[in-house]
Design a protein around this ligand. Sequence first.
Ligand SMILES: [Zn+2]
Length: 54
Amino acid sequence: MCRRAVDDPKLLPFCSPRCQQQDLVNWLDGAYSLEGPPPDDVDVRPSPPDDDES
Ligand SMILES: [Zn+2]
């Protein structure tokens, strides 16, 4: 995953228990980010007044 030397082949594709844990954290982080809209979407502006063009 991080291109380091593999300490234990049993841990593949991870190079270490820490690397495996970090990958899990990253995966969960991505999974949770899909739960709802991004914070930027919360911007709610009042509708503009009607322009009287007639
Ligand atoms: Zn790694």
